[in-house]
Design a protein around this ligand. Structure first.
Ligand code: ATP
Ligand code: MG
Length: 426
């Protein structure tokens, strides 16, 4: 149906017949209800469901890839240690390692999208994050593009992972740059907003409440509706020749959603784009910047027995190889039940349980409790790429040690040594 302003809109129509007292039809009238809003809501719900499904898929793929990548980078690490600096095969092993590192970074982005990466949320001041990054962003976008900021001095705090918010800003700024090959302006704005029930009704996935808005807008080429519908999907890109992987906005989407926020985009072809990130406002004072961790001590030869529990054979054998090389005695179990049997039967002491968190039948966390009932002296080190690790840690307090997959030979060796050294101090 065409409205008076000439715009065609989707409508629901009701035809009403008006009759004279005699019963004869005098005229018909049509009541048309503009369905634009409704459609857009349905569209949003469909979109949210699709993102949910794609997210699950991406998370599964990332999980399996992480195990494989742990093995690829671990074994190429071993190769490199054996091949001297002049060895003709050294370059090949280095290439394998480089490719594994690149794949690990893609996998991390997929995990971010599927909202399963490990976050370390703290109360932060977004204004500080923006000002701290300003110089770097300016360099990144180049001199042909102006960077303007408009930061609300009374801005509320949010609870988020600072590193991840930096990732969000970085991705949005790079996209803005790419949308303005001929120059233009990027504006980063922050302010407090209160979203009411009416707003929440029209926007899927957002609750009414107090938010902090972070808006990154540009004066670039913009995008049409069709593109706008797909931009958050992993691997969707309009950049030619492999110059984009299409994971930038997927990462942004995952981070924002995992932080309890939501993201919206407004754009028209030729009229720039504005990305609005809403993060829930929280009380509290912003945490100070964490000091960088000092480098670990030199590695001494390991002593003791480690029980490795991991359902992926390839990761299990790698862990065994790493730990044996470091001097530990290793016991292996492919599942929690076997691990408990070993605990019951093995005559000597077990110093450390190194276990995956996500396993079929019994989680690593439950396994750790069962092991502790049998052998209270055993320390536990969890390995996972998933947010479950963080959840498990929260449930068990700071005490819980874990290592992120994919890990390198050095990372695992150090971590095991650290956990065992802590145990000795007690
Ligand atoms: N500011 C913007 N203006 C216009 N189009 C944009 C903007 N930001 C994103 N897009 C569109 O969304 C697509 C997806 O963006 P996304 O950041 O996910 O991937 P990419 O930039 O193409 O690649 P990657 O970020 O992985 O290098 C882009 O290819 C582009 O078509
Ligand atoms: Mg991008």
């Amino acid at each position: 149906m065409v409205r008076r302003d000439g715009r065609e809109v989707p409508c629901s129509k009701v035809l009403v017949a008006h009759r004279a007292p005699s019963g004869e039809v005098e005229f018909f009238s049509v009541i048309a209800h503009d369905m634009t809003e409704r459609r857009s809501l349905e569209e949003q719900i469909r979109q949210a469901q699709k993102m949910e499904a794609v997210g699950r898929l991406a998370g599964g793929v990332a999980h399996d890839f992480n195990n494989l990548l742990t093995a690829i980078s671990g074994y190429s690490d071993f190769l490199l240690r054996r091949l001297g600096p002049q060895h003709p095969l050294r370059k090949d092993a280095e290439e394998i390692q480089r490719a594994a590192a690149r794949a690990a970074s893609l996998t991390r982005q997929l995990l971010a999208f599927s909202r399963r990466q490990v976050l370390e949320p703290k109360v932060i001041d977004l204004n500080l994050v923006v000002t701290d990054m300003e110089k770097m962003l300016r360099r990144l976008i180049g001199e042909h593009i102006e960077l303007a900021t408009s930061l609300d001095p009374a801005l509320g705090r949010v609870r988020a992972d600072r590193g991840q918010i930096e990732q969000v800003l970085l991705n949005l700024a790079v996209n803005a740059r790419d949308a303005m090959p001929g120059g233009g302006r990027v504006t980063i704005e922050t302010r407090n907003v209160d979203l009411d029930a009416a707003y929440a009704r029209d926007h899927v996935g957002i609750e009414p409440g107090a938010y902090v808005l972070l808006c990154v807008s540009d004066t670039g080429v913009g995008m049409d509706d069709e593109t706008r519908l797909h931009i958050f999907e992993p691997f969707f890109t309009t950049k030619a020749g492999g110059s984009g992987t299409g994971l930038g906005l997927s990462t942004v989407y995952g981070i924002v959603r995992q932080s309890g926020g939501s993201i919206e985009v407004a754009s028209e072809p030729g009229r720039g784009a504005a990305f609005k990130v809403y993060l829930p406002r929280v009380e509290g004072t912003a945490a100070p910047l964490a000091a960088p961790k000092p480098a670990g001590p030199d590695l001494a030869a390991g002593t003791g027995t480690v029980l490795v529990v991991e359902d992926e054979e390839i990761v299990r054998s790698l862990a065994r190889r790493i730990l044996e090389t470091a001097g530990y005695r290793v016991l292996e179990a492919a599942d929690p039940h076997t691990a408990l049997e070993i605990c019951d039967r093995f005559a000597g002491p077990i110093d450390l349980l190194l276990t995956d968190i996500v396993m079929p039948k019994m989680s690593g966390r439950v396994l750790a409790e069962r092991v502790a009932e049998r052998r209270p002296e055993v320390r536990t080190l969890f390995m996972s790429a998933y947010a479950e690790a963080a959840v498990a840690r929260e449930a068990g307090g700071e005490d819980l040690a874990w290592i992120e997959k994919p890990f390198t030979v050095d990372m695992l060796t150090r971590k095991v040594q650290e956990v065992l050294a802590l145990a000795k101090q007690r």
